[in-house]
Structure formats: structure tokens, C-alpha cells
Design a protein around this ligand. Structure first.
Ligand SMILES: Nc1ncnc2c1ncn2[C@@H]1O[C@H](COP(=O)(O)OP(=O)(O)OP(=O)(O)O)[C@@H](O)[C@H]1O
Ligand SMILES: [Mg+2]
Length: 259
């Protein structure tokens, strides 16, 4: 049975998309069957893998809004060896289109739930928002991974996300669990980075991934080259850290399932 993992933080630019695409690549290296869902109307994950909006006849919004079978919305990303569903800016229309549909917060969950036999992991890249699209992204998943870069705004928005998560749980709207928090773009030359990392360690303890993703220019270069850093420069620090992050994620999931 496949696992659905949402990568989230309602603040922009915390490394969600970089984490999502590189996690997919890293999971493929250990022979997992992986599907990436670009659930951001900005289409960053689609762009990060070199896709134009016209490269797919159907996108994830086609499955949600137009009831197109999800299988018809999936492409194969040959370079990375995983599948993906592109985004389109139609995603913006979802809150309005589904406003009278009962349990509309589960629209993505229902679509992805049909794919559990086909994949070991379905990774959802979410937009930087806690509005309905953000909520749909959270409610689609079994596990959330929260990305924080070592600045106070991203920590603040992580707290807003965690509050929202508890609110959704209290209302019985999701069964998802927080798998962990990963520190991205860690820059040891910034004095605040160590202070924030230590605070995260003391506040979140086991929830904080031990692997942190260091600020590494090869990652931003790889985004400009429209390939994940794991395909752009396998020997870079960014690649090594994303591989070890994926290893730690697999271990954490085993521990969650067999406490
Ligand atoms: N570890 C890193 N080192 C250097 N640059 C990075 C790193 N991680 C991400 N970046 C760059 O920072 C920018 C923002 O990263 P990314 O798009 O992954 O964040 P995001 O949270 O998905 O943003 P948004 O909220 O806008 O979707 C991108 O240009 C990316 O290439
Ligand atoms: Mg993004």
C-alpha cells in the first residue's frame, strides 16, 4: 500500500519544491515506485522538471474538477524514473468550483487513494498557503513533511501550519500525521542559523530530521537547469544530503508503523 506524503509550509521559498522533486529522485534510487503531484498553481515542480503547461493534455486539476481518470493525467519523467502529474493554474478555481460539494477538502485524497496499489510513494508538492488549496494538500496525505529554512518567518508559518493541522484533526477532517520537520537552506555562516536550529532541536526533538539540507548553490543552479540536483550533480552536497534525507525518511516511516 502506497504512502501519500505532503511537503508543506505556508511560507513561500522554504524549499518545498526542491525537497519534493529531490525526494522523488532519491526514492527512485532505492527502487521505490514514485509519483509526484504538483499541487501548486505556480507549477514550480512541473517547471523544475522542465515541463511546459502544454506538455500534458490533463493535469491534476483535470482529475479533481473534470473527473478525468487520474491515470490519464500521469506522465513518466524518464530522466528521474518516476511518474508525475503536472499542475495548471486551474487549481486556483478549485475552492470556488467545489464550494457546494460535501467534503471537498478530501477531493485530492479521493483521487490519490485510487493509486495506492500502483506506487510506494506519492509525494505532493503544495502551494505556500493555508487557504483551501493548502488544506486539501494536507488532507490528501498520510504524512506531512514540513520544510523550514532557518529564518524566523518560516518558523512562524510552521507554527501556523501546526495549529491548522490540530484544528483539522479536532474537526475529524484528516488522518494525516506530522512525519517530521526538515531544515533546508541551512547556512552556517549566518549566526541566526545555529540559534534557530538549536531551538528547533529543543522544541521538536524527535520530530526534527537529523539530516539538514545545507544552502548549496548547486541546488539553485539545478532549478535553473530544470532538473533535480540529484540529476544535475550527483556528487554535490545537495545530492548527498537529499539522499540521506530520503534514507532517514524511510527509517522514520518504519518506526511510525512499528513503534
Ligand atoms: N538548499 C538550497 N540551497 C540553495 N538554494 C536552494 C536550496 N533549496 C532551495 N533552493 C532554491 O531556493 C528557491 C526556493 O526553493 P523552493 O522553490 O524549493 O521553495 P518552495 O518552498 O517550494 O517555494 P514556494 O513556496 O514559492 O513554492 C529556489 O530557487 C531553489 O532553487
Ligand atoms: Mg514550491
Amino acid at each position: 500500500m502506497g504512502n501519500i506524503i505532503t511537503i508543506c509550509n505556508p511560507k513561500g521559498g522554504t524549499g518545498k519544491t526542491s525537497t519534493a522533486v529531490n525526494l522523488c529522485c532519491a526514492l527512485k534510487t532505492v527502487n521505490k515506485r514514485v509519483l509526484l503531484i504538483d499541487f501548486d498553481p505556480q507549477r514550480s515542480a512541473s517547471v523544475a522538471l522542465g515541463y511546459e503547461y502544454f506538455d500534458a493534455e490533463h493535469t491534476i486539476s483535470s482529475a479533481i474538477i473534470d473527473d478525468v481518470p487520474i491515470e490519464s493525467c500521469i506522465l513518466h519523467y524518464t530522466k528521474g524514473g518516476f511518474d508525475l502529474c503536472l499542475a495548471s493554474d486551474d487549481l486556483i478555481a478549485i475552492p470556488q468550483v467545489l464550494k457546494d460539494v460535501p467534503n471537498s477538502h478530501l477531493c485530492l485524497y479521493h483521487v490519490l487513494n485510487n493509486l495506492r496499489e500502483r506506487y510506494d510513494f506519492i509525494i505532493v508538492d503544495t502551494p505556500a498557503t493555508l487557504n483551501m488549496l493548502g488544506v486539501i494538500g494536507i488532507c490528501a496525505s498520510d504524512y506531512m513533511v514540513i520544510t523550514v529554512c532557518c529564518d524566523l518567518f518560516s518558523i512562524d508559518s510552521m507554527h501556523n501550519l501546526i495549529n491548522k493541522y490540530h484544528e483539522l484533526k479536532e474537526h475529524g477532517m484528516t488522518h494525516t500525521k506530522i512525519l517530521g520537520i526538515v531544515c533546508t537552506m541551512f547556512d552556517k555562516l549566518q549566526p541566526l542559523s545555529d540559534i534557530i536550529l538549536n531551538e528547533l532541536k529543543s522544541s521538536f526533538n524527535e520530530l526534527l530530521f537529523k539530516t539538514k539540507i545545507t544552502y548549496n548553490p548547486r541546488i539553485s543552479e539545478s532549478s535553473s537547469a530544470a532538473v533535480p540536483v540529484l540529476l544535475y550533480d550527483r556528487t554535490s552536497l545537495g545530492s548527498t544530503e537529499y539522499l540521506s534525507f530520503a534514507g532517514e525518511l524511510l527509517k522514520k516511516m518504519r518506526e511510525f508503523k512499528n513503534p
